[in-house]
Write a protein that binds this ligand. Structure first.
Ligand code: TXA
Ligand code: MG
Length: 322
């Protein structure tokens, strides 16, 4: 197959999606690998292109809350409040699914992850369609999520025809996933919507982030968002590694303490957490593509909004044993 076209042609994206194709689309979080969520064959193709195990369900993207709630039943009042406040935006709600959603999308869990993205191009595509879009992040399973069209093309360009170019993603971090247990909101994945903001709407929210696979959020595997080369926490890195020219070090803020001969990658030299989130996946990819054999990482210092928790969660998974 020829390589995917990278283009800003929304009408072409719409045409391909209507024809049942799988295309990459930009969202405000990361790029997604999208197809008609109501057609089993298209959904199965998404799993195949991504190399994703079928036990790991897909998020269904809808044009607005009203449309999204058509695919859910017994919706808790807290879910409605969260949707009113944070949709369109980087929030995924896991709700009881209607039968309109094929079991392939939900991995047979009986629940469906629903999201209304705020990216203007993704939104325009959804407005032109009369079906919702299933879309995981547009990367091979377990690898770093893509935050530019080029990232998608680098890895999946030979497997898809079309990538809609929306420039670099605004957040650069996946959506926050919230499910409900006995109608109480539970965060299953930390993400671009800070926990603190969720608390303002749902003060009883709890957090259940798992290091390993778990039935409530099957994609939360301990090794995930991971480059293909070695990633080590600084406190576990032997001094020989720290003194090696072919070691890269991922740091944050204006005054990182690192050995002079290592290659320094700064998430944000001004200590801006949003910038760090936008840069993390890009830098992990640069590390993988460059000459370095090891990436040494440091924990991100705590901030009031909770971005450090999200960034440290991703670093933890990037460094987890494979
Ligand atoms: O920001 C995002 O959420 C991006 C963009 C493209 O929307 N999408 C994304 O999708 O990150 P993906 O497939 O890479 O991660 C979705 C996560 C997976 O870990 C999956 O297990 C979880 O959402 N998920 C989806 N449906 C679920 C469900 N019914 N119950 C529990 N977890 C669910
Ligand atoms: Mg993903």
């Amino acid at each position: 197959m020829a390589r995917a076209v990278i283009s800003r042609d929304i009408e072409e994206a719409v045409r391909l999606l209507k024809a049942g194709s799988v295309v990459a689309l930009p969202t405000e979080t990361v790029y997604g690998l999208a197809g008609n969520a109501l057609i089993r064959d298209t959904v199965m193709r998404i799993f195949k292109i991504k190399g994703r195990p079928t036990f790991d369900p897909l998020i269904v993207h809808c044009k607005n809350a009203e449309d999204a709630f058509r695919y859910a039943v017994r919706i808790p009042s807290a879910a409605i409040r969260l949707a009113e406040k944070f949709w369109p935006g980087p929030l995924t709600l896991v709700l009881n699914s209607t039968r309109k959603i094929p079991s392939e999308v939900t991995a047979g869990l009986g629940t469906v992850g629903l999201r209304v993205p705020s990216h203007p191009l993704f939104h325009q595509v959804l407005e032109a369609l009369d079906f919702p879009l299933a879309a995981p992040s547009a990367n091979p399973f377990g690898y770093v999520s893509p935050t530019t069209a080029r990232h998608v093309s680098d890895q999946l360009g030979h497997l898809i025809d079309f990538i809609l170019d929306g420039g670099p993603c605004l957040y650069g971090m996946e959506s926050t996933i919230v499910g409900f247990e006995k109608n109480v909101p539970v965060v299953y994945r930390l993400g671009a919507l800070p926990l603190k903001k969720i608390r303002q709407v749902a003060p009883d929210v709890t957090v259940k982030i798992h290091a390993s696979s778990n039935p409530k959020a099957p994609g939360q595997l301990s090794s995930h968002y991971a480059p293909s080369k070695k990633v080590l926490w600084a406190n576990a890195a032997p001094s020989s590694v720290l003194e090696d020219r072919l070691t890269a070090v991922l740091v944050f803020g204006p005054s990182p303490e690192v050995k002079p001969h290592c290659h320094i990658m700064n998430l944000s030299s001004t200590g801006d957490y949003h910038e760090a989130a936008r840069n993390l996946y890009r830098l992990l990819r640069e590390f993988d593509a460059g000459p370095w054999h090891t990436l040494v990482i440091h924990p991100i210092p705590q901030d009031p909004e909770g971005w450090s928790d999200v960034l440290n969660d991703r670093l933890e998974r990037a460094a987890a044993p494979r």
